[in-house]
Ligand binder design. Structure first.
Ligand code: ZN
Length: 319
């Protein structure tokens, strides 16, 4: 019993209060950005900064900070330069939504956030799109290496011909590629068509040349993989061969199974336009599968930094 108490996730233990009280929520977010220990001005980098006070000596109502650098002297809040900068939704609601998104296996729908937080559906969708964006991996990431399983799947689309859906290449569904490092991370891409050129581009962009690539028997991979020193092994699914020693694509298939369970179970229908965000959300969940919920939340909120959305997306119900 004592052990259980020691194992209580510190970050998660602060969340119940942060989801109810705005001051606690602001301080929680500041902590995730490391401002409790190392606050620095986001405009000029100066460490001569302080929290602004109100007349009674308490914290300023808008939770402002001030930079004391003589050339800067700017005011800002913890929202600056994040996915929630242009939102007026209280941070306690953002805390709740980050918590829900990071502690669920299959994702959280905007409907659930609407119900739990008492916000409109449009607001809930706005929040969840931005959390997914925070979960998107940065552009410059270290390449995958070792044994890489490469595979593709097809998602979305309505069942056709009275409930019988078409499968495989050449269907109206949208293709998603996954490159999965054994015991490591995943890289995903939503592409218009599965072509040898698209597979080649993805593999070379995301995987070190010393790697060994494992695929199914699709000839599309032949040209894409011939530069990898580790070789290219195939498992022949059409001959009902699924595992030959350590040659299999089961890890990639298990990623796709989780992705589909989430897409169809939680989100029901996702438009093509937004699909890449949902796919990267499941990539994030896969990459952080060995972390506890608190570590995952910290990572997601850190990922919200530097990602102020610079475009306005029309939000539609179908998303
Ligand atoms: Zn400054």
């Amino acid at each position: 019993m004592k052990k259980k108490v020691e194992n209580i996730d510190k970050v998660v233990s602060e969340l119940p209060l942060a989801c109810l009280d705005e001051t606690a929520a602001v301080e929680f977010m500041e902590k995730q950005r490391d401002w409790d220990k190392h606050p620095a001005c986001p405009h000029c980098g100066s460490i001569e900064v302080s929290k602004m006070k109100d007349k009674s000596g308490g914290r300023n109502k808008r939770f402002l900070w001030r930079c004391h650098d003589l050339d800067c002297r700017k005011q800002y809040t913890v929202r600056i330069d994040t996915v929630f900068e242009d939102s007026r939704v209280p941070l306690k609601i953002w805390c709740h939504a980050f918590w829900a998104a990071c502690s669920s296996k299959n994702g959280v729908s905007a409907l659930q956030i609407r119900r739990e937080c008492g916000v409109t559906y449009k607001t809930a969708l706005f929040i969840m799109h931005r959390i997914r964006y925070a979960m998107t991996a940065p552009e410059q990431q270290e390449k995958l290496q070792g044994t890489i399983e490469a595979d593709e799947t097809y998602v979305g689309g309505k069942p056709r011909f009275r409930g019988v859906s078409l499968r495989g290449r050449g269907t109206p569904k949208t293709p998603v590629i996954a490159l999965v490092e054994r015991n490591g991370g995943v890289r995903t891409r939503v592409i218009p068509n599965v072509t040898a050129a698209a597979l080649k581009t993805e593999l070379r962009k995301e995987v070190k040349l010393s790697s060994r690539i494992i695929t199914d028997e699709s000839p599309l991979y032949n040209n894409a993989t011939n530069v990898f020193w580790g070789g290219h092994e195939k498992v022949c699914h059409s001959r009902r061969e699924y595992v030959r020693g350590d040659i299999y694509t089961n890890t990639a298939e298990s990623f796709f199974a989780r992705l589909k369970r989430g897409l169809y179970g939680t989100y029901h229908s996702v438009s093509k336009r937004h699909l890449h965000r949902y796919v990267s959300e499941f990539g994030f969940r896969w990459d952080t599968r060995k972390l506890n919920d608190g570590e995952r939340i910290t990572k997601a909120i850190k990922g919200a930094e530097g990602k102020r959305l610079t475009y306005r997306e029309p939000i539609r119900r179908s998303a």
